[in-house]
Design a protein around this ligand. Structure first.
Ligand code: HAM
Length: 431
């Protein structure tokens, strides 16, 4: 047996109440935002056919999938992302739905990554896909939504690293380097291995001029759109497809900026993503306190077609909920828990247990959170336990008061107490 089965499996975590609450807080913000932008929630399975998930996920992610054969002999995998499942859904059950389709999903995902700060083998994402439009306003919407989500959870100083995958593909394609080989180069760029990427391009037969262009391009980065775009267009002068990618890129950025979206861009011409399905603008979101991205996304116009759904352009973004939790911790963002009465009902002796039970049932009918003291502790120990657990009110049920249809209501914050008729309790315990 080897490993200690009382430990969670490496890379897996238990989320204790406070962490679960934070995760659900972010999830709630994400779901509210989905409603605000008109995204409908869909729930897709955690287990999908390996071939679906592996199709365009990229070499690195493919190797990190949890793959197994089910009892029916099917090669299946735990989903490492939502996008493939959503593309499948759109290509099949929603193929004739009117466009655009806006879909939101949230849930756990699985990647055999090396566990470290902000990197787990089971993690959560909030995912948004806008399907059916190839227009820059669709990309701009997804970036606007990105800014709104990070603001809604209380994060500050976030930044979007952005590029257009067509800038690089335009140059590589012009050199006759086919898509598969381009993908291998992108994998290296995703890991910031610019040297390795140049070497591979050379191996694939890129001309000296092309290598020179790429080398210069990899160093083009900065916050000033005009400066960066000017540099890229100089370098890509002779690559028409790069120039048209740049013009699309520019339209998206202009729309975001003119639309007044509160976001800081960091342009980086040598930036690529590990996922292979991207065809247009790509981006990742960072906060200064973390070196790993809290979200990432981009345009993928050909994935749905691969799954037999016809030519349907799409753009989307996914946020790492775990990493947002971490970023909130680093930035000391503590969302206030909603104020709610929490009542503990204590009976002073065994003879009043049923009365205590009945009162708790009645309070819950009024939508008031009520717990019965189930440990049969004495009053003083029950009260100190109540203070520790953020109970706002204690209802003390004793034989004398019950005989008169009353109980003692103790306000745990003000430490005051009064006799209250049982039917008046719901009105008295509100916070
Ligand atoms: P991704 O960049 O692979 O994109 O993942 C999005 C986010 O998920 C990352 O920025 C990160 O916050 C979080 N994440 C990824 N891996 C881990 C991990 N091992 N532990 C914790 N968090 C992690 C996608 O998944 C694309 N499907 C996004 C997309 C949607 N593109 C278009 N539509």
């Amino acid at each position: 047996m080897g490993s200690d089965f009382r430990q969670t499996v490496r890379g897996m975590r238990d989320l204790l109440p406070d962490e679960s609450w934070r995760l659900r807080f972010i999830e709630d913000c994400a779901r509210r935002l989905a409603g605000l932008y008109g995204y409908d929630e869909v729930i897709t399975p955690i287990i999908e056919h390996y071939d679906l998930l592996a199709a365009k996920i990229g070499e690195e992610n493919r190797r990190r999938m949890y793959v197994f054969e089910d009892l029916g002999g099917r090669k299946v995998a735990l989903r490492p992302e939502f996008t493939a499942s959503i593309a499948r859904l759109v290509a099949t059950k929603m193929v004739s739905s009117p466009k655009p389709i806006r879909l939101f999903s949230v849930g756990s995902l699985y990647r055999y990554d090396e566990p470290q700060l902000g990197r787990h083998r089971e993690f959560w994402q909030a995912n948004y896909e806008l399907i059916g439009s190839d227009k820059p306003e669709a990309d701009a919407e997804v970036i606007s939504l990105t800014s709104d989500l990070l603001r809604a959870v209380g994060l500050k100083n976030y930044m979007v690293k952005i590029n257009h995958i067509g800038v690089l593909r335009g140059i590589l394609g012009y050199e006759g380097i086919l898509e598969d080989k381009q993908n291998a180069i992108m994998q290296l760029l995703d890991k910031k291995d610019w040297e390795g990427a140049l070497k591979l391009a050379e191996e694939y037969g890129a001309s000296k001029k092309c290598l020179e262009a790429l080398k210069t391009l990899f160093n083009v980065r900065g916050e000033d759109k005009n400066v960066v775009f000017e540099r890229i267009s100089e370098i890509a002068e002779e690559y028409p497809s790069t120039l048209s990618a740049l013009s699309n890129f520019s339209e998206v950025v202009d729309l975001v900026e003119e639309g007044g979206v509160d976001i800081k861009f960091h342009f980086e011409a040598g930036f690529a993503r590990g996922l292979e399905y991207y065809t247009g603008v790509i981006f990742e979101v960072f906060v200064p306190e973390l070196s790993v991205a809290v979200g990432g996304g981009g345009r993928y116009d050909r994935l749905i077609e691969i799954f037999g759904g016809g030519e349907v352009p799409a753009v989307g973004v996914a946020f790492g909920i775990d990493r947002i939790m971490l970023a909130m911790e680093k930035q000391e963002v503590n969302p206030p828990k909603p104020k709610r009465a929490r009542v503990l009902v204590v009976s002073l002796n065994e003879g009043n247990l049923a009365d205590a039970f009945r009162i708790s049932v009645m309070l819950r009918k009024f939508n008031i959170s009520a717990e019965v003291e189930v440990m049969r502790r004495g009053l003083s120990r029950a009260l100190s336990d109540a203070s520790r657990r953020e109970i706002t009110h204690t209802v003390i049920v004793g034989p004398k008061e019950i005989g008169e249809g009353k109980v003692i209501l103790k306000d745990m914050r003000s430490k005051t107490q009064e006799e209250v008729r049982i039917e008046d309790l719901p009105g008295k315990v509100r916070v």
